[in-house]
Design a protein around this ligand. Structure first.
Ligand SMILES: C[S@@+](CC[C@H](N)C(=O)[O-])C[C@H]1O[C@@H](n2cnc3c(N)ncnc32)[C@H](O)[C@@H]1O
Length: 231
């Protein structure tokens, strides 16, 4: 295994290309590393996304944007990569759905306080637990609203595709953490930011399992929290 000092910048470079200049290859790479399951992984939080006005952080190629817009929901999306914005916008337009996409940082949301019933992200990078992202999520959620994060999924069983997929995730620094690995740091950060009732669910499907974190904005929290000034 390459030492972390070499591997970490290499991985950062790989992900930067995958989200920017090579964003056109993202779906294929995701399909490949998940042995064809990526779309199912990304769609797995759908039963928990019940709000009418929602925001997706780091929307990527826009598969959940399509699924939710097709149900007539007011779904907004924000991504740092203009390449991902473009891809998701094209996909929504092809499906004759209205894109509501913004380019920007999750750490500085261009939406008024108290806007969304739910804010969610699938397979986000570290930005998702950045204190500024948590403050902004809390500010823009309605009182009692939910913040949902799907940090990881993995194929179950001992089949060859499952073993290859788990190895690829390990090699790309995305190994599936156990609920206890991710539980304490995420819960502590979310609670420190002001969220209540933080729970972690394991979503069980026939071929894979995924982790879902759900945190609620307290119903009584004032909505005059202002946007943080620095990212
Ligand atoms: C692993 S991809 C996940 C894409 C999609 N949600 C999925 O499940 O396939 C992470 C996405 O987060 C975006 N991203 C990274 N940092 C961000 C930030 N600070 N604010 C908003 N989006 C960000 C990237 O451009 C990329 O599209």
């Amino acid at each position: 295994m390459l030492p972390v000092k070499i591997l970490a910048p290499l991985l950062r470079f790989f992900y930067r290309l995958l989200y920017y200049e090579f964003a056109w290859s993202y779906d294929f790479v995701a399909w490949f590393v998940s042995a064809g399951q990526w779309r199912h992984w990304v769609h797995s939080p759908l039963p928990y996304l019940k709000g009418e006005t929602l925001l997706e952080l780091g929307h990527g190629p826009g598969h959940l944007q399509i699924a939710l817009a097709a149900q007539g929901r007011q779904i907004y999306g924000l991504d740092l990569s203009p390449f991902m914005n473009r891809q998701a916008r094209r996909r929504l337009k092809r499906a004759q759905l209205t894109p509501r996409l913004v380019n920007g940082y999750a750490q500085r949301l261009p939406f008024p306080a108290n806007s969304f019933e739910q804010i969610f992200a699938t397979f986000p990078s570290e930005y998702i637990l950045h204190p500024a992202t948590l403050a902004e999520t809390l500010r823009t959620l309605k009182p009692g609203g939910e913040f949902l994060i799907l940090p990881s999924a993995k194929l179950i069983g001992d089949s060859l595709p499952a073993r290859i997929s788990n190895l690829l995730f390990y090699l790309t620094g995305q190994a599936h953490p156990s609920p206890t690995d991710i539980h304490q740091p995420a819960v502590t950060l979310l609670q420190r930011a002001g969220f209540a009732q933080v729970e972690i669910k394991t979503l069980q499907h026939s071929q894979f399992e995924a982790l879902l974190i759900i945190a609620r904005k307290p119903a009584g929290l004032p909505n005059n929290l202002s946007a943080p000034s620095a990212v």
